[in-house]
Design a protein around this ligand. Structure first.
Ligand code: NAD
Ligand code: MG
Length: 398
């Protein structure tokens, strides 16, 4: 098959590095068009040396100069052209040569280039769930209008996608689906005494039992806002109502999610907890390629456990149900308040157990509007951030 050009947004992150590992197994199929990164310029330089993308994109001019110096340090002129700034991100996500865009920037910063890829009709591998949570209506609309293909990389949604029939775009009811169940590991604090949650540190929150991930999504997994964002993500990706999506705790992270049908059948996707599987699936779909992931050995694992979610331990999930039921810009408000709260917790400006209360307060303060233009979404995002930051400043958490 002809080699496909890939733009990798967020190349230096956990998903970015896993994507490059899968790509490295298939040099005949994939060629890097662009790699992008925010702060980790050394790692980006190493990736450029190894994969020789046509473009590398960073945010600031000073980082672009630093990358240039690193790439020319060996004396050879770099094969890679270096760009900087947000416009450049959208440019490499929508360039005509590109067929696949991996959206793996963390947070709202990924929205503009992901939207640009959708408008340009690309095959989008979506890891950046925050982009869809913020602007579900806009992104799905752009995908439909341009004929782009949106493939979920988030392991749960990739599992749901694999468990649905191909014609599921006709609607869940039309294809006999009764429920979607997202599994959740429960994160590092599943068994921690509730009274201890006020003392947990950023490093403890980032120590996930099953997955190695960036710090923001690790904290989201510990509060389970990650599952809340995934609930919203599932509603948009699969045209589900919030009451059709439920969540079950599954500490081993082997069953990645499941789909129940009206006849009582339940179809699930299983695998080792390794993001290279959903990445390889989305890269090659509808074909299958090797990912480098070890085979699943259920006899060694022995037992799989499931338990109901305790809403008192994980109040963030109820906030996400509330936001998606409210609709409009409420999910964007939720997402932005969460991003600010997580950053403040990581910088030790607030406690772990204060995160949900802060988000609830921002949701109570801001009235949601219709989320059908980018301007209203970005405005809701900015206002939510400002209110959350002010509340943190005043230490007014609940
Ligand atoms: P990470 O923190 O490891 O990497 C984030 C990447 O985004 C880095 O390359 C960074 O340079 C880039 N980035 C950060 N801020 C940016 C900005 N302002 N502008 C441009 N680029 C910026 O995060 P990750 O764990 O790889 O997660 C990436 C996305 O994938 C997140 O949305 C996360 O929710 C989602 N996701 C991750 C996993 C996982 O296992 N890590 C699983 C499912 C979904
Ligand atoms: Mg997930």
């Amino acid at each position: 098959m002809a080699r496909q050009f890939l733009t990798l947004l967020g190349a230096t992150g956990t998903i970015g590095c896993n994507t490059l590992e899968v790509v490295a197994l298939h040099p005949d199929r994939y060629h890097l068009f662009a790699l992008t990164a925010h702060r980790n310029i050394e790692k980006l330089a190493q990736q450029c040396q190894r994969f020789a993308p046509r473009f590398a994109v960073v945010e600031h001019a000073a980082d672009a100069e630093r990358l240039h110096r690193l790439l020319t340090a060996g004396g050879a002129p770099p094969e890679t052209e270096i760009l900087h700034g947000p416009e450049a991100l959208s440019r490499v996500a929508s360039a005509p040569e590109v067929s696949i865009v991996m959206a793996a920037i963390v947070g709202a910063a990924g929205l503009a280039p992901t939207l640009a890829a959708a408008q340009a009709g690309k095959r989008i591998l979506l890891a950046n769930k925050e982009a869809l949570v913020m602007s579900g209506a806009l992104l799905m609309d752009a995908v439909r209008t341009s004929g782009a293909i949106l493939l979920p990389v988030d392991s749960e949604h990739n599992a749901v996608f694999q468990s649905l029939p191909h014609h599921h775009a006709q609607g869940l009811k039309a294809v006999g689906v009764s429920r979607i169940t997202l599994t959740a590991s429960g994160g590092p604090f599943l068994h921690r005494a509730l009274s201890d949650l006020m003392r947990v540190t950023p490093d403890e929150a980032c120590k996930h039992p099953n997955w190695v991930m960036g710090r923001k999504i690790s904290v989201d997994s510990a509060t389970m806002m990650n599952k809340g964002l995934e609930l919203i993500e599932a509603c948009w990706l699969f045209g589900a109502r919030p009451d059709q999506v439920d969540i079950v705790i599954h500490p081993e992270s082997i069953v990645h999610s499941m789909v129940a049908y009206v006849d009582g059948s339940v179809i699930a996707q299983l695998g080792c907890p390794d993001m290279r599987t959903p990445i390889a699936h989305a890269l090659a779909f509808p074909e299958r390629i090797s990912s480098g992931v070890a085979a699943l050995d259920l006899a060694t694992i022995g037992a799989l456990h499931f338990q109901a979610l305790d809403p008192q331990r994980f109040p963030a999930v109820s906030l996400a149900y509330r936001a998606i039921r409210t609709g409009g810009t409420a999910p964007a408000i939720l997402n932005a308040a969460n991003e600010v709260a997580v950053a403040a917790f990581l910088e030790r400006q607030m406690r772990f157990d204060q995160i949900p209360g802060l988000i609830a307060k921002v949701l109570d303060t801001l009235s949601p509007e219709s989320g059908d233009t980018l301007a209203t979404v970005l405005d809701a995002d900015a206002r939510s951030r400002a209110i959350a930051a002010a509340l943190i400043q005043q230490q007014a958490f609940s």
